[in-house]
Design a protein around this ligand. Structure first.
Ligand SMILES: Cc1ncc(COP(=O)(O)O)c(C=O)c1O
Length: 393
C-alpha cells in the first residue's frame, strides 16, 4: 500500500521545505543514507582489487547494486555500466563509437544539453548532425525521425521524457524505425526511470543512459549506461582496473562492464543507488506512477486556469509542469515561492536552451514532483502562484 505519510518519514529534509524540483535531483531516503554510512563505518575498502575482507565485501555490495539496477531495467548486469551521471553515460557513447567523416546522427531540439552537445561536438570530426523539431507540446513525431535518416545515419539519440515539457516520446517506435533503417539508438532515460515502468530490454535500444540521483533515489554522482553490444564500443578512459594483462608493449582489456569503469569508482554512491532502486521497487513503480501522475495532472489543470499563467507541454505529461507568469522573470517567481512559502522549484533554461527558444522564451518556472510529494503541498504551491498572479493583475 502507498502510504505517503510513512514514505515522508524516510525523507527528513521534507519537514523544512516543499520540494518541487525532483526533476533536477531527488531527495535521498534515510535507507540510502544509512547504506552509505554502513559502507564507511563497517566495510569501506577498494572495489575489485583486493583479496582482503573489506575489499571483498565492498566489491560484493557494489556488484549487488549493479544486479539490482540491471534487474530493475530488465537488462543484463554484464552490460550495465556504473557512471557518475547521465551526462557521462552519453559521453562514453559519443567518445567510443569511432566516428568517420560523413557519419550522420539524428537528434532533436528537445534534448537536454547532455544529449545534444556530445553530438554537436563531433562536428569537428566531420560528423553531420540533424536536429528534428517536436510539435508545440514537445512530442517528436517518429515519422520526422524516419525522414531524417540517411544511409550515413549511425545513431538516433532521443530523450524518453523531456525535462522541459514532460512529454513522453514513442521510443519503441523510434527504435523500430531507426533499426529498420540501419541506425543505432540511444535513449536518454534521465527523466523516465523511476517515474513509470521502463523495460529497457523490450525497448530494444542500443544504448540507454540514466541518472542515479533522480527517479532511482541514489546519491548525486551516480549514473547508469546500458550498452547492448559492448564489444562494439571502445572505452574512453584508460587505467587501473580495466585490463587483465599489461606489458610495456601493450595491454588486454577486460570485457564490459569492467572495460568502461577504469579507476576507483564511486563505491559508496553505487551502493546507495542499489538501496534507492530497492526502495523504488518495494514501493512499486506502478504505484509511484499513479501517485505522481495525479499530482501533476492536478497541478497542470489548476495552473492552466489561472490568469496570466501560460503552461507548456502536452496534457498527458510525466513529472514536470513548466510555466511562466506574464511579465515576470522565471527566477523572480522561483525566488518569491521560496521566500514566501519555502517552495523549491527550478527556473531558467533547464539546460535545454533550444527547446525553450522554440517557445520564444528564455526561461520558465518548472515544478516537478517526486514520489514523496503530497496533495497538500500541491495545494500550497497553487495558492502561492495564485497570490503572485494577483500582484501582476
Ligand atoms: C533529460 C535529461 N537528460 C540528461 C540530464 C543530465 O543528467 P545528469 O545530471 O545525471 O548528468 C538531465 C538532467 O536534468 C535531464 O533532465
Amino acid at each position: 500500500m502507498y502510504d505517503i505519510f510513512e514514505i515522508r518519514k524516510d525523507f527528513p529534509v521534507l519537514d523544512n521545505v516543499i520540494y518541487l524540483d525532483s526533476a533536477a535531483t531527488t531527495q535521498t531516503p534515510v535507507q540510502v543514507v544509512s547504506a552509505i554510512n554502513d559502507y564507511f563505518y563497517k566495510y569501506s575498502g577498494s572495489y575489485g582489487r583486493g583479496a582482503h575482507r573489506l575489499a571483498r565485501e565492498s566489491t560484493n555490495h557494489y556488484e549487488d547494486s549493479r544486479e539490482k539496477v540491471a534487474g530493475f531495467l530488465n537488462v543484463e548486469s554484464s552490460k550495465t555500466i556504473m557512471t557518475k551521471n547521465a551526462t557521462e553515460s552519453i559521453n562514453i557513447v559519443a567518445l567510443g563509437m569511432g566516428w568517420n567523416s560523413g557519419d550522420h546522427i539524428v537528434t532533436t531540439s528537445l534534448e537536454h544539453h547532455s544529449n545534444l552537445l556530445p553530438w554537436m561536438n563531433l562536428k569537428d570530426c566531420g560528423v553531420d548532425v540533424t536536429v528534428v523539431s517536436p510539435d508545440d507540446t514537445g512530442i517528436v513525431n517518429p515519422d520526422d525521425i524516419y525522414d531524417s535518416i540517411t544511409e550515413r545515419t549511425r545513431l538516433v539519440a532521443v530523450t524518453h521524457v523531456s525535462n522541459i515539457f514532460g512529454s513522453v516520446q514513442d521510443i519503441k517506435q523510434i527504435t523500430r524505425i531507426s533499426h529498420k533503417n540501419g541506425a543505432m539508438v540511444l535513449i536518454d532515460g534521465a527523466q523516465s526511470v523511476g517515474h513509470f515502468p521502463v523495460d529497457v530490454g523490450s525497448i530494444g535500444c542500443d544504448f540507454f543512459a540514466a541518472s542515479g540521483h533522480k527517479g532511482l533515489l541514489g546519491p548525486q554522482g551516480t549514473g547508469i549506461l546500458y550498452v547492448k553490444e559492448p564489444e562494439n564500443l571502445d572505452p574512453s578512459y584508460f587505467g587501473g582496473g580495466m585490463v587483465h594483462s599489461v606489458t610495456t608493449s601493450g595491454f588486454d582489456i577486460e570485457p564490459c562492464p569492467t572495460k568502461f569503469e577504469s579507476g576507483t569508482p564511486n563505491i559508496p554512491g553505487v551502493i546507495g543507488l542499489g538501496k534507492g532502486v530497492e526502495y523504488v521497487h518495494d514501493l512499486g513503480i506502478s504505484n509511484i506512477e499513479k501517485h505522481e501522475k495525479s499530482l501533476v495532472k492536478d497541478m497542470a489543470s489548476k495552473l492552466s486556469e489561472m490568469p496570466y499563467v501560460e503552461i507548456y507541454g502536452p496534457e498527458d505529461r510525466s513529472g514536470v509542469v513548466p510555466f511562466n507568469i506574464a511579465g515576470l522573470n522565471s527566477h523572480d517567481v522561483a525566488m518569491i515561492l521560496d521566500e514566501t512559502k519555502g517552495i523549491c522549484v527550478r527556473s531558467g533554461h533547464h539546460c535545454a536552451m533550444p527547446a525553450l527558444q522554440a517557445l520564444n522564451v528564455d526561461g520558465a518556472v518548472r515544478a516537478s514532483v517526486g514520489l514523496y510529494n503530497t496533495q497538500e503541498e500541491i495545494d500550497t504551491f497553487i495558492d502561492a502562484v495564485s497570490q503572485i498572479t494577483s500582484l501582476v493583475g
